[in-house]
Design a protein around this ligand. Structure first.
Ligand code: ZN
Length: 436
């Protein structure tokens, strides 16, 4: 039946047994939870860059299980129906997701229809020309039945500039503090372009921790990064180690500011003190020779893209996920018959049909679903982490929406709801993750 895939065929970013082929969109830990050096269920398909990270991320992993998928070309795979035993031919293609090194979306097609699973993705039109061409060519021939969408920032409140502009904002903050040490919070993978940009602009090496340096070398960055603190005043540190308390401790020894590049605002109340950047940000991004020139639309975003929350701390909207406007552009391009978000925050799941359902011909938007009413965004107790739950289904979206609506207010915990969801969906991904 078109729009449904039989259970037991494939899994995407999900690692329990029971599937005949597994697909990994990228090497962030929230997508590899369940993978281990001993994992050996079936062939694992991923990009070449992601495959290159396996030996360091999962020492001892059986590399013969890996199948490197080239970008932008259809591949095929023969599977077998668990129910009838008859052969099932699966066609699939990896498309650059521009999220972190090695990240890809996967497009699947077969008798069941055509699905597009974005994984985490950033859809910046200027940088995604090749991926856009691939996608347009593919969907012209094979219209997408169901889009499984990275809806992390699927809310009009999330507007942020391109990563290139945001990287200049980070550089401006550093240049505005010539006598300070700088710490930048990053994950174990991602934000490399930002760090390389800073290195070039500031003509300085960037300190990273030893494991991160190994990853940088695997990714081909040989000379920009160092583990020698005496060589630089700019350090990229693990995001989990990044806190106001840490910064206050560092400031006892040396004037230090922290910068968190993220699409998520860190804290709810901005710092009320003197903003050393006012005036310098726009000047630095418009009056020098940096390229490309800031677009007028982005200019309006700049002042909202830097948050000065504490006298030692800044947050800059440098995001590896698509903002609301980019999500809309992407959905308009794909024009799926139906879609489902793969990300739910700890407090709210924003069904992309709520804002963009008209593109799929849905006139009655679904309601916003609160998964953990009353818990807030997670920033109250722990301001530096947000939690999200991912899940996706190959079931018909209309049926899912009706069921979700019935669940609302039925007294079930989110855990019970997710357990029930796991029980009924056929190809799925259920994860808890930090928003990166
Ligand atoms: Zn990710």
């Amino acid at each position: 039946m078109v729009g449904e895939m039989e259970s037991g065929l494939i899994s995407v970013d999900r690692w329990r047994s029971g599937s005949q082929a597994y697909f990994l969109t990228h090497m962030h830990s929230d997508h590899t939870r369940g993978l281990s050096p001993n994992w050996s269920h079936a062939p694992l398909f991923c990009s070449r860059t992601t495959a290159s990270l396996f030996p360091s991320r999962f020492p001892g992993f059986d590399l013969s299980l890996l199948r490197v998928v080239p970008l932008s070309s259809w591949q095929s795979l023969s599977l077998r129906s668990p129910s009838s035993g008859s052969p099932v031919l699966l066609h699939f293609m990896a498309i650059d997701a521009h999220h972190c090194p090695g990240s890809v979306m996967f497009m699947f097609r077969g008798e069941f229809g055509c699905f597009l699973y974005t994984g985490d993705f950033r859809w910046e039109c200027d940088d995604n020309a090749a991926a856009k061409t691939t996608l347009v060519t593919a969907i012209n021939e094979f219209p997408v039945d169901i889009l499984y969408l990275d809806n992390t920032y699927c809310n009009p409140i999330y507007t942020f500039p391109s990563r290139q502009v945001a990287a200049n904002l980070v550089a401006d903050i550093i240049l505005s503090h010539p006598s300070h040490d700088i710490v930048i919070g990053v994950d174990t993978l991602g934000k490399e372009d930002l760090l390389v940009h800073l290195s070039r602009i500031l003509n300085i090496k960037i300190w990273v921790w030893p494991e991160r340096l190994r990853t940088m070398h695997l990714l081909g960055f040989q000379d920009i990064f160092t583990t020698d603190t005496s060589l630089t005043r700019v350090r990229a540190v693990p995001r989990y180690s990044f806190s106001i308390q840490t910064l206050e401790g560092l400031n006892l020894m040396c004037p230090t500011i922290g910068i968190m590049p993220s699409g998520l605002p860190w804290l709810k109340r901005p710092f009320k003190g003197e903003d050393k950047l006012s005036g310098s940000l726009l000047a630095a991004t418009t009056c020098n020779n940096r390229k490309p020139a800031v677009k007028e639309k982005e200019l309006l975003l700049l002042q909202g893209a830097v948050h000065h929350f504490h006298d030692n701390m800044f947050s800059v909207n440098y995001s590896d996920h698509s903002c609301y406007e980019e999500i809309g552009e992407f959905i308009n391009l794909v024009k799926p018959k139906s879609m489902k978000g793969i990300v739910a925050s700890s407090s709210c799941y924003v069904d992309p049909l709520y804002y963009f359902g008209r593109i799929c011909g849905v006139n009655q938007p679904p309601e916003l679903l609160l998964l953990r009413p009353g818990t807030g965004t997670g920033t109250t107790r722990d301001p530096f982490r947000a939690v999200r739950i991912k899940s996706y289904s190959t079931k018909d979206e209309t049926r899912v929406s009706k069921k979700e609506k019935r669940r609302k207010g039925d007294g079930h915990s989110s855990l019970e709801r997710n357990r029930k969801r796991r029980a009924r969906i056929q190809v799925k991904c259920a994860k808890i993750a930090e928003v990166d």
